[in-house]
Design a protein around this ligand. Structure first.
Ligand code: AP5
Ligand code: MG
Length: 216
């Protein structure tokens, strides 16, 4: 049986940061729907052009497009032993599709860590975030600064600020999260898969809590 984990939580809570750390420590693949869309945008694919029109407004990309993109990704060989899903599923329809696509692989979800932090923490984190152009490594001017300003520690590529980290778009993303994604918390709680993790701790502490939850 493979291990499939969904990292649930609002924008800026640290899903990407933790997914990368967990992937490194567990050997599981990191599947980020946001990173996949940003790659399409960078490559100017049809999906990228369409996705950009939603992402720049802080809205969700339609379910059918998102589901098809993630389904293709999780059938890649590196997901055979499992994956950490970051930013997907994000709607009840996507949650249903997740069960179905894992079912087709003879798999099911292992755990859904729900990372929580107050809204003011989310806003502070997103306003100081810098992301690496090549592979999406994540930094923060105050909480996780790169050794050299503007340069990724991991691969030396340029760091940039995401377009959707503008204050008005961040507010919209949080609203969209509360309306469209937060119902998944109760859904996964009822399924017995949810575990709450405090996101307003040091990065290393959050990773430790996540690894402890996985061991159980
Ligand atoms: P996506 O890229 O998934 O963005 P998001 O969910 O809004 O989440 P973020 O990436 O902003 O935050 P995060 O939780 O990953 O935090 P991070 O680790 O970076 O989606 C973007 C857009 O794509 C969506 O708005 C939507 O349009 C579209 N999309 C994506 N998936 C979709 C789907 N399934 N369906 C439809 N549309 C979809 O951390 C944030 C900052 O905080 C960083 O600077 C980091 O260094 C810092 N930090 C992290 N942890 C800590 C800590 N413990 N202490 C201090 N600082 C910390
Ligand atoms: Mg992210």
């Amino acid at each position: 049986m493979a291990t499939f984990i969904v990292l649930l939580g609002p924008p800026g809570v640290g899903k990407g940061t933790q997914a990368k750390r967990l992937a490194k420590q567990t050997g599981l693949a990191h599947v980020s729907s946001g990173d996949l869309f940003r790659k399409h945008i960078k490559d100017k694919t049809d999906l990228g052009v369409l996705a950009k029109s939603y992402i720049s407004k802080g809205e969700l990309v339609p379910d059918d497009l998102t589901i098809a993109m993630v389904k293709e990704r999780i059938t890649c060989p590196d997901c055979e032993t499992g994956a950490i899903l970051d930013g997907f599923p994000r709607t009840p329809v996507q949650a249903e599709a997740t069960t179905a696509m894992l079912g087709e692989l003879g798999e099911e979800l292992t755990l859904v860590p729900y990372i929580i932090a107050p809204e003011k923490v989310l806003i502070e984190r997103l306003s100081g975030r810098w992301t690496c152009r090549a592979s999406g490594h994540i930094f923060h001017t105050k909480f996780n600064p790169p050794a050299k300003e503007g340069i990724c520690d991991v691969d030396g590529s340029e760091l940039y600020q995401r377009d959707d980290d503008k204050p008005e778009t961040v507010k919209k993303r949080i609203q969209v999260y509360l309306k469209q994604t937060s119902p998944l918390v109760e859904h996964y709680r009822e399924e017995g898969l949810l575990i709450e993790v405090r996101g307003d701790q040091e990065i290393e502490e959050v990773t430790k809590d996540l690894l402890d939850a996985l061991k159980k």
